[in-house]
Design a protein around this ligand. Structure first.
Ligand code: 13P
Ligand code: SF4
Length: 386
């Protein structure tokens, strides 16, 4: 099923997101395409457009590189020819690119309102407080002996630069959905316990796959005193999971899997690890957006798949592989990441024509006092081969 998303209402309300000049509203699709292509051609190698897999078709078709968070972070760290990196994704991705870019480059996010609700679930003051409270509860967060730490912070790349800076300054590391297991192995080689934030589900799914029993995982609720835990629970835990989640991926349910399997007994289910543990366990496979795309593409002709991730990615797979595979979204209503969707072709056009005229709109600049430590955490991750 190809779920239609870009309807007339959306087109008419485009200027209600990050406001655009009147001249960028109500353009025909053909004019928009032609002008984006012309501005991109004029800029030539001065611009590189990075596109996350959840971007809409009208935007991603202009991307020079597409990928999951890890692939795009690596691109930002290595594609140093262009003057401008236009990041068609969400805010934390553009921030990571700004931390990893070369000094002469500028990073731009086409709509500044394109955030990530999960990243917003971990604020730096909450993490500082958690750190202090864990110490008060008797868990050493600093070096205990032989260079080993009592607690290593691991942050999902879906977090603010300020969180990454805290993590970098406290011996920790960033992970993505691709390398979470490799990163957690790195962290356990250096510390007794891990705190994984902000996504409890990626942490739980990865910990489970690595053989950590559920009774050695606890959930730290940043809105509760002492994280809602007692000292004994914290002391016995090997993995502390921050109480955060993705509102898109937690919509998938095991009931949807049961319904799909009833309709397609030979069908397979593949889920993103931001889904809940029961959904991932009831699926045949799980992995990052890039992993999902490759697994579905590489499957045998005739395979039917239900895919539990953002609907634009699923729609594209449905169309690309229509000849010999049936691909459906696991949620019959399709799960949309509304913040990824904010990057519209209108915003992309405004950015590119601005650059042609010498105006940089929406530059993302991570403050210098966060950059150094956040980079430590990102570099530790990028050095891991996975
Ligand atoms: P990937 O790194 O797997 O692309 O995931 C990013 C994301 O935000 C998924 O919701
Ligand atoms: Fe954030 Fe979820 Fe959207 Fe990914 S899908 S960017 S985690 S809100």
């Amino acid at each position: 099923m190809d779920i239609k998303l870009l309807n007339q209402v959306e087109k008419e309300s485009i200027g209600e997101r990050q406001p655009l000049p009147e001249t960028y509203l109500r353009l025909s699709d053909d004019e928009m395409d032609a002008r984006i292509a012309a501005a991109k051609a004029t800029l030539g190698s001065r611009v590189v457009i990075l596109g996350h897999h959840y971007q809409r078709d009208e935007v991603i078709k202009f991307a020079d590189f597409t990928g999951d968070s890890l692939k795009l972070a690596r691109a930002a760290a290595t594609k140093h020819e262009a003057e401008y990196i236009v990041f068609c994704g969400v805010h934390f991705m553009a921030e990571s690119a700004d931390i990893l870019r070369a000094p002469h480059q500028k990073v731009v996010l086409p709509d500044l309102a394109a955030g990530c609700s999960m990243a917003d679930m971990a604020a730096p003051d909450q993490l500082e407080m958690a750190w202090r409270e864990m110490e008060q509860m008797g868990v050493r967060t600093d070096v205990v002996e032989n260079g080993r730490q009592g607690m290593i912070p691991v942050t999902y790349i879906n977090s603010s630069a300020a969180i990454k800076a805290f993590v970098g300054a406290h011996g920790g590391i960033v992970c993505t959905s691709t390398n979470a297991a490799a990163v957690m192995t790195w962290a356990w080689e250096r510390g007794d316990k891990l705190i994984m934030l902000p996504d409890q589900h990626l942490g739980r799914n990865t910990g489970w796959k690595m053989g950590v029993p559920l009774d050695q995982m606890v959930v730290w609720d940043p809105n509760e005193m002492w994280g809602g835990l007692d000292a004994e629970q914290l002391k016995t835990a090997k993995l502390v999971l921050w109480k955060g989640h993705c509102s898109v991926h937690t919509r998938f349910t095991t009931q949807q899997i049961t319904a799909f399997r009833k309709q397609y007994p030979q069908g397979k289910v593949i889920a993103h690890p931001e889904c809940t543990l029961d959904v991932v366990q009831a699926s045949d496979d799980s992995g990052s957006t890039e992993y999902i795309i490759n697994a579905v593409r590489d499957s045998a002709p005739g395979t039917t798949w239900a895919v539990a991730t953002e609907v634009h990615l699923v729609n594209r797979l449905t169309q690309e592989l229509a000849q010999d595979k049936k691909i459906v979204t696991l949620d019959p209503f399709g799960c949309l990441c509304s913040t990824m969707f904010r990057v519209s072709p209108n915003h992309l056009l405004w950015i590119l024509e601005g650059l042609v005229e010498g105006t940089v709109h929406n530059q993302i600049t991570v403050p210098d006092d966060q950059k150094h430590d956040a980079r430590l955490a990102l570099d530790r991750m990028l050095q891991i081969k996975n």
